[in-house]
Every structure is written in structure tokens, then in C-alpha cells.
Design a binder for this molecule. Structure first.
Ligand code: NAI
Length: 709
């Protein structure tokens, strides 16, 4: 017999939310692919669904779920910076209307509930998940705090300490941990929707008083009260989102100290402050820039055809070993080939040691390491590459060696295999020219340590096929890298820009700055390392060799600092020789200032006829950063990078530029292009031809002027 409650009715509440009533349960279904983002129509639809469920006496309970792969991934990023993002009702109002519904509302969580998605679930009276669901409040990663009540409801639900940990770390938790924390009420394996409906009905029958988080006090913490000062001190001041983490702690403290509504107001106030500030703007810029960088639209092919299932790596040195780990970590089998047994053994021992460090730090289990090591097959026989889909060459940085290797690879590898080089500076077109398949040759410039660093410069040769580029970009994302497509030039994007950056550091030394002063000033700006400590880490001999190689192309009338060359002439190649710009004690990477280098700099200045003066930290930052900006602009002008934001992605992910400043190009834009232009012109007047302004900057400044009302 069909009861009145069994009737079925499915209808849209908005373009992106459906409503059904089944067996006395109202189902509100968010259907806004790809991640059911909380756009304006979703927010409106949910609010209307609650009103409808409330009004129908036949409805005993409400289930809120997501269509497709996830419950809800948070804000709809496509609406960022549009009027729709702030259209009424805002998430805060939607959440209050859910919370005030007099019938139990259950969030049915599968896939993910992240950011606003978890805040929505927190406003529901109950949360039910499947075992693979993941939940979190990752807003701090964008330099923000949750803005939909998450910082006020989460501490009321799971306690202050766990809430502070989740909100400040932005980390996701799995369903099992969520159950232990009390974040979800139950986990169901099969037919989540049906189980959730039954759960909702049983709550309606057995629990007349609904758990409304807004109405309860934050539970008193077990043991001592959390020490908020200690939580503040625990934040790494160098973290890209330190400001947001501090604000998150303030929000959680407000949940303890203030009534719910006032806590919500505090959360909103801090959110508004952060959203308008440069650090969050920069982090949001980076978020979109990284997504954009991975996109490739080719003329004949923009969708990668054919997955890369097996990879050959030639050379098991610093880079080859790290690259092998990067693939093994992603579960992609690798054949690692060396020219001699001793080098192969050394390479494998280093890989094993790196994995063991991860085990000792608790990052990996011994079983995981075993599995990863099994993905790395080792050989001295190049013919083992006959069946691989991609070869990455990581042998010595020597054109003759590379050419020889590519002739052999061309002979051995199957038709359609991609032949890549990890060269950091050599001309890929020259390497491709020794093969009969230049269309299949590409540069894949990994950064050291290759198993850790996320940046990958994908270097397009003159003849590289679009299909090959598309496959490499897709492969990069599959192994967790951030790919940036770049063109062939000396040093590609990242290392080319370093030339001007180091040039200015050398000039500043001659003019009167000290090694420590330059590094300290750049670190205070936010760089992970100063330019000179970084040079010591990278090895001064590599750049010395490049300078010698390019000496004949250098215009003789341009200023040239001999500081770096003189340091190398002393056999000081940086950390690896225990001395460079700094000196290093055995087994220790801490840079120690060295009067010998200061004397050497003074000599260089005297020989160049430079009268030393007091150099300010401000001048150091301005000259080093604007050198990056000017060269970055030239790179964009020449089409070596596809977009200015790609330059930012390279510098933040490969060179320690502070993410909260958004990369050199975004930073310059936030200074204002007219101001940047004026500063570079002034540097040109004072310091000469190295500072000829890039035409792209002039164009940006003109656009800014024309755009002014
Ligand atoms: P490395 O000197 O540590 O390793 C090179 C390895 O290649 C050695 O183990 C050597 O035995 C092996 N090898 C040489 N010729 C070979 C051949 N014909 N067949 C098989 N193996 C051969 O050098 P590293 O630092 O790993 O650099 C490799 C490449 O990666 C170079 O092109 C370098 O410019 C580039 N690169 C290096 C970076 C770094 O930070 N070290 C960063 C990015 C790129």
C-alpha cells in the first residue's frame, strides 16, 4: 500500500539544485559539476529546498547530498571576483536556515566536503559519510579563513584543539579520522543515499531535540585550556600563509570567548580583511596561475593521446635518481640506465637512503618503500629502453655527450616514444637535430631534488610536435608536478632570469653591500634563501662554466663584475667544496661569513674603479627584484613563456620567490606598472644599459594609464 509519504516528486529548485520527496524524506541534491561549487544558484536552491521541506507536513527529515563524484568542493571558483559570488543568500544565511530547520537535516557526504562544502555540512544537524570521503577547511592555503561559520561550528563540534589544528593546517581528514573526531556521526559503505535516508528518519523518530551547534557552548578542553599564545608561536613565520593561520587561531578563540553570532561577525571581519590584503590576493593568483600553466592548447592537438606507462631514465646521478623516484612515487615503472656499475650502485644507494629518511620521519612505511623500489628496474644496457614510452636523459651537461646519447636513443627507442632531455641550459634544437625524429624530442627540466620540487619546465623545441607537448604536460600533472611550457633560449625561463638577479647581487657587492646583507635583505623580502647562499648551494662552477662558454657573446662595453669569477678561481665552488661566498664546516650547511671573500670583493671593486658606499637594504631588494621583473617581461615579449603568470609559477615553485607576493610579475603589477617603469628608467640612467626597459613593461604601463578613468 502506498502511503501519503511515499509519493515521489522531483523538481528543480534552481539551475543547479534538485528537490525530491521520498518515503517522508526531502532530498536536496546539488548538481553543479565539476565539484558542486557553492555558486549563487546552488546557495539559492538549497535555501529554497529547506523552505519547501519545512512547509510540507509530510516531510519528516531532510537529506542534503551532491550529484556526481563529490558532496561539495567549496566556493565556485569560476565566480570569484564576480557579482554572483556575493549574491544573496550568502553561505552564512543558507547555513543559518539549515540550522534553524525544525526537521533533522543530514549531510550525506561522499567524495569530498571541503571549505564551504564542509561548512555547509557543519550547519546540518547530522553528517553521514562513506568510507572514502575526505573533509577539510583548506582556506588558509589561499591566505583566508573559512567565511561561512566553519571556525565557529567546528570547535563546538570537535573541540578547540582539533579544530585549531584542522583549520590552521588546512589539511583534509579521511572518514575514519572524522568519525573519531566526532566530525561525522556515522559511516555507511553501500548505498549511502538510502542509508542516509534511513538514518535521517530514525533521528526524526528518536531525537526530538535537534543538535544545533550555534546553541551549544564550545566543549571545555580536556586538561589545560589551549594556550593560544603557544599556538601563535607554533606558526612558522616563513609559511606562505602565516597571516591567515594567525587569523584562524583568533577565530577559534572567538568561538570560545564570544556568543555564536558575535563569533560569526568576528570570522567575517577577519575574512574580509584577509580577502582584501595582498598576501591572499597573491596566493589566489598563484592558485589560478598554476592551473592555467598546466593548460596547453596546441594547433593540431591539445588533448594528450596515449598515457605514459613506462619510462626510461639515462644517468643515475643527482637528477636521474630524483626523477626515477618522482615516477616510482606515482606508481609508474622506470628503467634506470647507467654507463657503469659503480655509478648505478651509487645512484640506487642514494635513492634507497632518501626513502629510508622518509621512513624514519614517519612519511612512508617500509612496505611502501619496497613497492616503490620495485618500480625501479636498473640496467647498464641501453637496449632496455626499446619498449618505453618516454626517455629522460640526465647525463653530464655536455653537448657532445648529449648528442652521442641521442643518436643511440634514436636507434633503440620504438617509434612514437618521446625523447626528453633534462638539460638546464643546452640548446634542445641542436640535440633534436642529431635524431631522425626531432618532432619527438623535448626538454623536461626537473629541479633538484627532483622527487621533491614541484616545478617542471617543459621545453618546446622548434620542431617538437604539439601531441608530444600535450602528453608531457599531462604526464607532469599525473606525477604531481606543476608544468610550465617554455621555449628554447639560454637558461629557459628560470635560469635565464637568474642571470640578471645574480648580476645585480655581484654589482651590489662591489658597490659596498656585504654578502650577508644581500642575503638577509632578500630573505626579509620573503625569499626562502638569499641569492648568494643559493649560488653556493647550486654550485658556483656551473655558472662559471656558462660564463666562460658565453664570454665571446658578451658586449665588452657593458659592466661586468669579476666577483663570482674570482671566488671560483680560488677553487671555491660553494657548499660542495666547503667554501664559496661563505665558508662551511664539514658536514654542516650553515653559511659562515668569510673575511677572505670580503677582501676579495674589495679588491674587485678597486680594480673596477668603484668607490664603495653604504648600500641600503631597500636598494638591494629593488635592484634584485626588478632585474627579475625586467627579464621576465622580455621572456613574455619573446613568447618564451606563454603568459606572465607562468613566470610567477616558475619563480615561486622553483626559486623560492615568496608565494604570498605572487611571483615577480604579480608583485610588479601590484606595485603598479607605471611605477615599475619609472624605477627601471631611473636604474637605467644611474646604472647603464643592463637596465634597458623591456617593451612589455612599457605596454603594461600604457594600458594602465589608458584604463584610468
Ligand atoms: P651528475 O653528474 O650527478 O649525474 C650524471 C650521471 O650521468 C652520472 O652518474 C654519469 O655516470 C651518468 N652518465 C654520463 N654519461 C652517461 C651515458 N652515456 N650513459 C649513461 N649514463 C651516463 O649530474 P646531474 O646533476 O644529475 O645532472 C644531469 C643533467 O641534469 C645535466 O644535464 C644537468 O644540467 C641537468 N640538471 C641538473 C640540475 C642539478 O641541480 N644538478 C638541475 C636541473 C637539471
Amino acid at each position: 500500500m502506498t502511503s501519503m509519504n511515499d509519493y515521489k516528486q522531483a523538481s528543480p529548485l534552481s539551475e543547479t539544485v534538485r528537490y525530491e520527496e521520498r518515503q517522508g524524506v526531502a532530498l536536496i541534491v546539488i548538481d553543479n559539476p565539476p565539484v558542486n561549487g557553492l555558486g549563487d544558484t546552488v546557495r539559492r536552491g538549497i535555501a529554497q529546498g529547506i523552505v519547501r521541506a519545512q512547509a510540507n507536513a509530510a516531510v519528516k527529515a531532510v537529506v542534503l547530498r551532491g550529484q556526481g563524484k563529490v558532496f561539495c568542493g567549496g566556493a565556485d571558483i569560476r565566480q570569484f571576483n564576480t557579482a554572483a559570488a556575493t549574491a544573496s543568500p550568502m553561505l552564512r544565511q543558507v547555513n543559518l536556515s539549515i540550522e534553524r530547520c525544525t526537521k533533522p537535516v543530514v549531510a550525506c557526504i561522499h567524495g569530498v566536503a571541503l571549505g564551504g562544502g564542509l561548512e555547509l555540512a557543519l550547519a546540518c544537524h547530522y553528517r553521514v559519510a562513506d568510507s572514502s570521503a575526505r573533509m577539510g577547511l583548506p582556506e588558509v592555503n589561499l591566505g583566508l579563513v573559512p567565511g561561512g561559520g566553519g571556525t565557529q561550528r567546528l570547535p563546538r563540534l570537535i573541540g578547540v584543539a582539533d579544530a585549531a589544528r584542522l583549520i590552521t593546517s588546512g589539511k583534509h581528514v579521511g572518514a575514519k579520522e572524522a568519525l573519531q573526531l566526532g566530525l561525522v556521526d556515522a559511516i555507511f559503505e553501500d548505498d549511502l543515499e538510502q542509508a542516509c535516508m534511513a538514518f535521517a528518519l530514525s533521528m526524526a523518530d528518536s531525537h526530538p531535540v535537534l543538535p544545533v551547534l550555534a546553541d551549544i557552548q564550545v566543549p571545555p578542553p580536556e586538561g589545560e585550556l589551549p594556550d593560544f599564545d603557544r599556538l601563535h608561536i607554533g606558526i612558522n613565520p616563513k609559511a606562505r600563509n602565516a597571516i591567515a593561520q594567525r587569523a584562524a587561531i583568533l577565530c577559534v578563540k572567538s568561538a570560545m570567548d564570544l556568543p555564536f553570532e558575535q563569533g560569526l561577525d568576528k570570522e567575517r571581519e577577519l575574512f574580509e580583511e584577509l580577502v582584501a590584503g595582498e598576501p591572499s590576493k597573491s596566493l589566489r593568483h598563484m592558485f589560478f596561475a598554476e592551473k592555467e600553466a598546466a593548460k596547453f592548447v596546441g594547433k593540431d592537438c591539445d588533448v594528450a593521446e596515449g598515457h605514459i606507462c613506462r619510462v626510461g631514465i639515462l644517468g643515475a646521478g643527482t637528477m636521474g635518481g630524483g626523477i626515477a623516484m618522482a615516477f616510482a612515487n606515482a606508481g609508474i615503472p622506470v628503467v634506470l640506465c647507467e654507463r657503469e656499475q659503480a655509478a648505478l650502485d651509487r645512484g640506487m644507494a642514494l635513492i634507497e637512503r632518501n626513502y629510508q629518511i622518509s621512513v624514519s620521519r614517519g612519511g612512508l612505511t617500509a612496505e611502501a618503500v619496497k613497492e616503490r623500489m620495485q618500480h625501479i628496474q636498473r640496467t647498464l644496457d641501453l637496449s632496455a629502453f626499446a619498449e618505453v614510452d618516454l626517455v629522460i636523459e640526465a647525463v653530464f651537461e655536455d653537448m657532445a655527450v648529449k648528442r652521442d646519447v641521442f643518436v643511440q636513443l634514436d636507434r633503440i627507442c620504438r617509434k612514437g616514444a618521446i625523447l626528453a632531455t633534462n638539460t638546464s641550459r643546452l640548446n634542445i634544437n641542436e640535440i633534436a637535430a642529431v635524431t631522425r625524429r626531432p618532432n619527438d624530442v623535448i626538454g623536461l627540466h626537473f629541479f633538484s631534488p627532483a622527487n621533491v620540487m614541484k616545478l617542471l619546465e617543459v621545453v618546446r623545441g622548434e620542431l617538437t610536435a604539439d601531441a608530444v607537448i600535450a602528453r608531457c604536460m599531462q604526464m607532469a600533472v599525473a606525477i604531481g608536478k606543476i608544468p610550465v611550457l617554455v621555449g628554447v633560449c639560454e637558461g629557459f625561463v628560470g635560469n635565464r632570469m637568474l642571470t640578471g638577479y645574480w648580476r645585480e647581487a655581484g654589482f651590489l657587492l662591489e658597490e659596498g653591500a656585504t654578502v650577508q646583507q644581500i642575503d638577509a635583505a632578500m630573505q626579509a623580502f620573503g625569499f626562502a634563501m638569499g641569492p648568494l647562499a643559493m649560488a653556493d648551494l647550486a654550485g658556483l662552477d656551473i655558472n662559471w662554466a656558462t660564463r666562460k662558454r658565453l664570454a665571446s657573446t658578451r658586449a665588452s662595453h657593458l659592466r661586468y663584475s669579476r666577483v663570482a669569477d674570482s671566488i671560483c678561481e680560488q677553487g671555491r665552488f660553494g657548499q660542495k667544496t666547503g667554501a664559496g661566498y661563505y665558508r662551511y664546516e664539514a658536514g654542516n650547511r650553515t653559511p659562515i661569513s668569510d673575511p677572505f671573500v670580503e677582501a676579495l670583493i674589495t679588491d674587485c671593486a678597486r680594480e673596477a674603479g668603484i668607490e664603495r658606499r653604504r648600500v641600503s637594504d631597500e636598494e638591494i631588494v629593488e635592484r634584485c627584484v626588478l632585474a627579475l621583473v625586467n627579464e621576465g617581461a622580455r621572456i613574455v615579449d619573446e613568447g618564451i613563456a606563454q603568459r606572465a603568470s607562468d613566470v610567477d609559477v616558475v619563480y615561486v615553485n622553483g626559486y623560492g620567490f615568496p608565494a604570498w607576493r605572487g611571483g615577480p610579475m604579480f608583485y610588479a603589477q601590484s606595485l603598479g606598472w607605471t611605477q615599475v617603469l619609472a624605477k627601471i628608467r631611473d636604474l637605467h640612467t644611474r646604472h647603464g644599459e643592463h637596465w634597458i626597459v623591456a617593451p612589455w613593461i612599457e605596454k603594461q604601463a600604457l594600458n594602465d594609464i589608458l584604463a584610468q578613468p
